[in-house]
Design a protein around this ligand. Sequence first.
Ligand code: PEP
Length: 252
Amino acid sequence: MRRPFVAGNWKMFKTVAEARLLITELLPGLTTIHGVDIVLCPPFTSILPVAALLEGTTIGVGAQNMHWETSGAYTGEIAPPMLAEFCKYVILGHSERRAYFGETDASVNRKIQAAFDHGLVPIMCVGETLAENEAGITREVVTRQMREGLDGIEPHSIGSLVIAYEPVWAIGTGRAATADGANTVIADIIRAVLAQMYGDELAEMVRILYGGSVKANNAGEFFRYADIDGALVGGASLKASEFIPIVKAAVS
Ligand code: PEP
């Protein structure tokens, strides 16, 4: 049995003051929900205050990106040990980073390795664009992202990995994938590639989330499917009235 996992990706939203306010709105609802791993991923500037407010709860904190080097002359970047002081998780390979900041499967791979090296749990994002979906090459694209993103990653790390299947055409568009379609990609492509690379037993341990326009009113449909272990939530994670019911749906 894989424990459900719901993460909120706050993207480039919320000042520290706004982040604090959102946490005070989220805490009463989230702390009464049990049986699910909950992770909040604020912008870098809010990681420390959010981590402080979440102390004593079981809610985890994650970052949205990081560099792969431990330190160095990389102006504007954040290194894994800097995050590891406050975070347990880090989102890597989000499609917005791939599309706007030149991330490749090779750079995602270096970051995944660096995350494991520093005791961080990567939430690795994969997913096809609309053009790739319409061209019928979802299997090729997602298989390549999986194989290249995980190239050289040791089996002993894989059990803790979290993967998010996020079809790019569903992110921030209000046009979610169908739950059935998402489950098929997750089971037949993502978990199948994991099984080819690491064997059935490890593939069964990895939590695989769906992400893309998950809201309070559709989350339950996704969570009903056996291979969808939770959600990576963008826009709806910025509103307590949306995010709390999404997390509840993961355990009901
Ligand atoms: C995301 O940013 O990972 C995401 C899934 O966004 P949204 O929920 O807004 O589609």
